[in-house]
Design a protein around this ligand. Sequence first.
Ligand SMILES: Cc1cc2nc3c(=O)[nH]c(=O)nc-3n(C[C@H](O)[C@H](O)[C@H](O)COP(=O)(O)OP(=O)(O)OC[C@H]3O[C@@H](n4cnc5c(N)ncnc54)[C@H](O)[C@@H]3O)c2cc1C
Length: 420
Amino acid sequence: MKVLVLGAGIIGATTAYHLAEAGHQVVVLDRQSGPGLETSFANGGQISPCHAEPWANPGVLPKVLKWLGREDAPLLFRWNRFDPALWAWGLRFLSNCTRDRAVLNTERTLRIALYSRDCLRDLRQRLTLDYDQRTQGILHVYRSAREFDQGCRAAELMNRFGLDRQIQDRSQCVALEPALSAVGPELAGGILTPGDESGDAHKFTRAMADHAARRGAQFRYGTTVTHLLTDGERVTGAATDQGDIKADSVVLALGSWSPLLSRPAGIRLPIVPAKGYSITLAADGPAAPTLSITDDEHKMVYSRLGDRLRAAGTAEMAGYDPSLNERRWRLIASHARALFPGAGDFDHVEPWAGLRPVTPDSVPLIGPTRLRGLWLNTGHGTLGWTMACGSARLLSQLMDGKSPDIDPAGLGIGRFRIPL
Ligand SMILES: Cc1cc2nc3c(=O)[nH]c(=O)nc-3n(C[C@H](O)[C@H](O)[C@H](O)COP(=O)(O)OP(=O)(O)OC[C@H]3O[C@@H](n4cnc5c(N)ncnc54)[C@H](O)[C@@H]3O)c2cc1C
């Protein structure tokens, strides 16, 4: 079967690999000059099923109200525009803020995230993959006893769903990561997820694109998709600025831009962009962490990528504006400096911003649509690196009509009861 994969981010490149491995004729289209140059470029680097708690949960609303209008808020909604898609998304987000929905969405996220971590390990066994990987686990740290308590309850739920998470006291946190010693006395505690990992998502995306190409996938960069080609109730290819390309099936892996392409074909996807920032700096010596760390209070993550330290965080719902707001990235740098004061030169960092494709329930969209031949692998929000390998393998099994390794129930567009 000839398959067009739209998008060569971490999701598209990994999907292309699995489809090519399954024997399909794969063509990947991306407007950029290479793989992984948009949201998959400089993310937090964590492979983190431990972050399966959805944004929409009963505890988030008081926090969002407290953060309203604050430029230094970890989660910033800019509602002062008339954007029907954002408002519709917001209503769905609110309806997911109950305890029961949060438990359901945690289970769905963990199902795909844990599977994905296994798939990544399997790929590492089979392929040469070099992406500054570290497999020491991820440590969440907390300064506030209240937040720590809430984190422990979320960890208990995840333990029940099969993710091993271990409560640590302050001195255990510092023993696990000596670079935390400067803030050690302020810590209320931590939670270690020993099976979680970290690594450079962009290097991984490039490696997967190379492996896919070795299996025959064709990558056409510098190609902007303008719309989907359809014939009645089936998709027949994609129109691009380089001409039309016909295919038997099309996979939408355009991250935040997926709804823009699907809407004219009658498929409304509840995905909005949530801008986040990262900084990368040269890091060496014992003051720079090697264990991947999450600072839950500031919603910040830290990953050691070879001789670099990456710090990432904040989310801003402000449409498709990719520009770098200096105040926001400097905030990331100042949080990083406060946690790891001697880790490197925080006055010379590489700032970056990317648009996370977020769904209202934090669960991605993987599977078929009502347009025959059009498949989704998108909406991975804050966890695209975490879920990439599993999402790609699951989608390729579904497209081939094989019995999938995990239950796909609740991972598709059908859960939103939008007319497919
Ligand atoms: C600050 C930040 C930190 C993050 N940290 C983590 C983390 O630690 N762990 C984790 O798991 N996830 C993290 N994420 C999330 C993760 O980066 C994303 O979920 C993931 O990169 C999404 O991948 P994607 O392939 O769906 O989208 P993208 O990487 O954006 O790929 C989409 C591709 O589509 C192409 N495209 C779009 N429109 C068109 C068009 N019309 N024609 C042709 N091409 C087009 C783009 O060029 C792009 O290459 C983070 C995100 C951010 C912003």
